[in-house]
Ligand binder design. Sequence first.
Ligand code: NAP
Length: 284
Amino acid sequence: MKTLLLGSEGLLGSDLEKIFSSDYNVTSFVRKNLDITDEKEVLQKIEEIKPRIIINAAGYTAVDNAENEKDLAMAVNGHAVGYLAKAAREVNALLVHYSTDYVFSGDKEEGYLEDDAPAEVPSTVYGQSKLLGEQELQKNIDKYYLIRTSWVFGSGGKDFIDTMIRLASERDELKVVNDQHGKPTYAPDLAKATQNLIESDSPFGIYHLTNEDDITWYEYAKKIVGKYGSIKGWGKKEFPHIIPVTSGEFPTPAKRPNWSILLNTKFSHLRPWSEALDEYLNLL
Ligand SMILES: NC(=O)c1ccc[n+]([C@@H]2O[C@H](COP(=O)([O-])OP(=O)(O)OC[C@H]3O[C@@H](n4cnc5c(N)ncnc54)[C@H](OP(=O)(O)O)[C@@H]3O)[C@@H](O)[C@H]2O)c1
């Protein structure tokens, strides 16, 4: 099946490319092939290729930088999704697009269902730009899968795991926030789940696809460093002391939601993130 993959060198895009290349006829684009904020180019390229499926893994994902680059974040994560949706509709393609837990307000401790309303104005610019993308998608095309996911990790790009492993080998002490809760998601698992969703013929609409079980960044950091250190045979002294702090004690430019657990009530569940983490750390 002719498939156009956008953002194919990103954290998720590189695993989508691996998974889809074996069974689908994939054209992979990075920014230099197609800047998705260029409406004319988007339509022209999509009309030329005439894909049956478009998977958009391109995005502006620097959550803190977005606070100072609002126009760019809105252009890439918001308006460009509208251009893709219109072009996909022109050629009758299915559009698969990714969004985030950060569209929610972050005060619903029990987690968010697919049909829960996003925040009117999400607390981060990144979240606002992703929400605009969701709205642009829904306004311009019916044939879509909008997949919200969270805390993605994998070998295709920089993630929280890289940061923790680097800091753990540089410092004796790490402070990590313990009041933000979410679900880590392994990029290859999400890529495979995306394929399964497409092949399931499930109704178009919103899906929450993450690995199972929720955790805080602090607890997650302890697991990462503990598992990585034991795989590498670290002695007791090599493990840093990891200290839980509140978001207030560790201010960042973007104020992330405290509770952004995505509940999946519509599709097969992915495995627990801890299983995926074991697999991933053993590959490093
Ligand atoms: N990572 C997470 O934890 C997470 C969580 C929830 C949802 N998501 C969503 O999942 C999707 C994939 O995220 P990711 O983590 O894989 O992102 P990523 O690693 O930052 O990759 C995004 C890719 O998009 C490309 N891109 C940026 N601007 C572009 C433009 N104007 N035209 C074409 N390509 C452009 C980037 O290219 P350059 O390198 O050239 O900039 C990059 O290769 C995004 O929609 C993101 O919002 C991610």
